[in-house]
Design a protein around this ligand. Structure first.
Ligand code: MG
Length: 161
């Protein structure tokens, strides 16, 4: 069976008074992401990991931030389109693993909701969707509360069904 692996990385800047979407879930917060889309940096990294599996470039290439079509777009829609590409290429998602670095707010209370939200979009059980969160111990731009950094890995398998 053919399996493929990919990784994705994304950063968004934080600013006061903007919504904070992460992993498809809105996080109650006075700070949020500066972005052309809804700024869901976790979904963006995940999309890039899936596209990386297929060597299909990145979401900036697929959904340009210069296009009015993607202004303020719900990133779950972008993920649905990327998963459709996975399926069109004869693969299904095996598992994904996401690490979010954010100084505040604490994300632990929202991790289960993110997994529950992402799993059906990916077409897998929740136990194949890992979401982890960490601070950077106040070091660097994440630690200073200037932005959020996310790494994602994805594995896709040839769909023989
Ligand atoms: Mg992004």
């Amino acid at each position: 069976m053919d399996i493929r692996i990919g990784n994705g990385y994304d950063v968004h800047a934080l600013a006061a008074g903007l919504p904070m979407w992460l992993g498809g879930v809105q996080i109650p917060s006075e700070i949020g992401f500066v972005a052309h889309s809804d700024g869901d940096v976790a979904i963006h990294a995940l999309c890039d990991a899936l596209l990386g599996c297929l060597a299909l470039g990145d979401i900036g290439h697929l959904f340009p931030d210069t296009s009015p079509e993607w202004k303020g777009v719900d990133s779950k829609l972008l993920l649905k389109k990327v998963v459709a590409l996975v399926h069109e290429n004869g693969y299904k998602v095996g598992n994904v693993d996401i690490t979010i670095a954010l100084q505040r707010p604490k994300l632990a209370p929202f991790i289960a909701d993110m997994r529950r939200t992402l799993a059906p979009i990916l077409g897998v059980q929740e136990n194949r969707v890992s979401v982890k969160a960490t601070t950077t111990e106040r070091l660097g731009f994440v630690g200073r509360g200037e932005g959020c950094e996310v790494w994602a890995s994805a594995l896709i398998c040839q769909d023989l069904s």
